[in-house]
Design a protein around this ligand. Structure first.
Ligand SMILES: [Zn+2]
Length: 605
């Protein structure tokens, strides 16, 4: 049963993460920020106007890298301390202050790229020869040259950077601070509702009346804020469009994909194939859910229920460790040591409290250890969530040690591969260790209902919606709540066909996703999972050699493009094959669920 959430101050310390390794106190944070401001000013004095030859390029980049390394713990502390309680005034103020100071610093530092790009290419190439460490950074810089503006313009734009990122902050404030949910009532009894409890509990509530009433109450509250949220989102979109035009990109898609180092065919294929080829499998899954639950009809509010809610093992944080260790053991001792430390050194924030960010994420500050945010409700499927976030942690635990700060982060396209890989490892481990049809069905339905649903359905439907939104923006139009609702509804109806009734309120789903403030992010989930599905099959079939190759991919960080990284792990994403194989695999899993359900029902007769 859903309980009301405690305040952050009431949560036991052992359920929270320990930010001490970043800064031991708010005061230490303030001092570090102040010192950094002075160092940036000195750096500017020393280097501005003085980058003339290859030796100077190496020298400035060496100092620049050192400055950026100092910035990492400061920005991480500022955002992490806010993420666990967005209603905390101090954390809000700290984050705003950091936003304006860092905008000022990036404006002061913008001369670095401007001056480097003003140099002849031969000078940059000879700097690459002098220091291999900066090769990736300089190559990328040269790639950006056609889109670089006049140094004074770059400086001005950088000074406005916190204003340009304001829509995201505004979105979060509306969602996490202003939006307060009233209790809802069923049969005279009232139940508490919040963003976290809706997404963490009510959506999966087995009782249809409670679940559907919670959905209606949740949607009604969203609706009150739809116009503000749509306006905020439009502001984000118009800023991106203006930037894209000013920097001379052909379309907003080319601008947004530029950083990802993938071309439009990879982007479009992911969305097109899933909309057409995955839809029939998922419709079959929806019908299976409807039948298993004896529902009069299948509605949008019913899609997150588990196939067999009577079989949802409960699990404590302590117990989760055993499963995680066993499942990820295949990754080797170094990896397991990281897992061990993540529990014992409190890298993970498990608590559920008012004002905490929804969902789960992992932050991996360079030079420090990763941090994971999750809201632990005690359902077994949270083992998958935790394994996922530990996948991000394991990625940067490896990449950050093997690469410098410039080279550690790969394209967004690849980001969700190591995380979803761990979900596959958990599933494979659980399946190998049980012959009980009920447990097997639970595991497979967890992969389908969580891993594939989340990455291939939820995020992909967002991506399909987002593509339509950007097409509109690219044509010089704007959006409002009415437009967004109708695009969202259209995408949902197209995908689910007549298998699922798209109930009123479903069209507001676009309001729930912070990813829309991060460019073309949603589609990358399915891209990452396509790669990890194929690699996890290799690990299952080939064992150690496939694991070793995967660890090398993690260590490569951002030194290679997504196509090259996938190639290193034996997957060719320049063709449709990996995606088609993955969709076919999802189809097989759903068929297996149908068969296991028949088998279980047969025994029960
Ligand atoms: Zn992730």
């Amino acid at each position: 049963m859903v309980k009301s959430l405690p305040r952050r101050s009431e949560v036991p310390a052992e359920e929270t993460w320990d930010l001490d390794s970043l800064f031991a106190s708010d005061k230490a944070f303030d001092e570090a920020l102040h010192t950094l401001e002075q160092e940036v000013a000195e750096f500017q004095k020393q280097f501005k106007g003085n980058i003339q030859d290859a030796a100077a390029v190496v020298e400035v980049l060496t100092s620049y890298l050192a400055l950026l390394e100092k910035l990492v713990p400061i920005s991480t502390y500022s955002s992490l301390s806010l993420s666990t309680d967005q209603t905390n005034d101090e954390a809000q103020m700290r984050s705003s202050k950091f936003g304006s100071v860092s905008a000022k610093m990036s404006s002061q530092l913008s001369f670095v790229t401007s001056e480097l790009l003003a140099l002849p290419q031969e000078t940059l190439k000879s700097a690459m020869k002098q220091s291999a460490e900066f090769e990736v950074y300089l190559k990328d810089l040269i790639r950006r040259k056609p889109h670089q503006l006049h140094p004074e313009v770059e400086k001005t734009l950088a000074a406005y950077s916190s204003t340009f990122s304001a829509p995201y902050g505004l979105y979060n404030t509306t969602k996490m601070v202003d939006m307060a949910f009233d209790d809802f009532e069923v049969n005279g009894q009232s139940y508490p509702l919040s963003y976290v409890s809706f997404e963490g509990d009510w959506e999966a509530e087995p009782d249809a009346e409670l679940r559907r009433t919670a959905f209606t109450a949740f949607s009604n509250k969203l609706k009150e804020y739809q116009h503000t949220t749509a306006k905020t989102y439009d502001m984000q979109l118009q800023t991106e469009k203006t930037t894209s035009d000013l920097r001379g990109y052909d379309t907003i898609f080319d601008y947004l994909l530029f950083n990802q180092e993938v071309d439009r065919s990879l982007y479009n294929r992911q969305i097109d194939l899933i909309m057409t080829e995955l839809a029939p499998h998922m419709q079959k899954y929806a019908k299976l859910l409807q039948k298993a639950h004896g529902l009069d009809k299948m509605t949008f509010a019913d899609l997150k229920i588990s196939l067999d809610p009577s079989y949802e093992p409960e699990i404590t944080v302590e117990e989760s460790k055993k499963y995680i260790n066993e499942a990820l053991g295949i990754m080797g001792n170094d990896y397991l040591e990281m897992v061990e430390r993540s529990y014992s050194e409190r890298w993970i924030d498990f608590a559920q409290n008012i004002g905490k960010s929804t969902g789960a994420f992992c932050s991996s500050p360079y030079g420090n250890h990763p941090y994971i945010l999750i809201s632990w409700t005690g359902r077994m499927n949270e083992v998958f969530v935790l394994a996922h976030e530990l996948g991000h942690a394991g990625h940067f635990y490896n990449a950050n040690r093997a690469q410098n700060l410039f080279n550690a982060r790969p394209s967004l396209y690849f980001i969700e591969a190591p995380s979803t890989m761990n979900e596959m490892l958990v599933a494979n481990h659980l399946l190998q260790n049980s012959e009980d049809p009920k447990f097997k069905r639970w595991v497979i339905s967890s992969i389908v209902a969580r891993t594939y649903y989340h990455n291939f359905v939820t995020h992909l439907l967002e991506a399909a919606y987002q593509r339509k939104v950007y097409e509109r923006i690219d044509a010089g139009q704007s959006v409002n709540a009415g437009v967004l609702n109708s695009i969202k509804r259209g995408v949902l109806e197209e995908f689910w066909g007549d298998a699922v009734e798209i109930t009123p309120g479903a069209e507001l789903t676009w309001m729930r996703q912070p990813h829309y403030y991060m460019g073309l992010y949603p589609y990358t989930y399915s891209a990452g999972l396509t790669i990890s599905t194929q690699v996890s099959k290799r690990i299952l079939n080939e064992g150690q050699p496939a694991v070793d190759e995967w660890l090398e991919v993690l260590k490569a960080g951002g030194t290679k493009t997504p196509v090259e990284l996938a190639q290193m792990a034996g997957v060719d994403i320049t063709t449709e094959k990996p995606l088609r194989d993955t969709i076919a695999y999802i189809g097989e899993l759903i068929d297996e669920l149908v068969a296991l359900t028949e088998e279980i029902e047969e025994v029960a007769k």
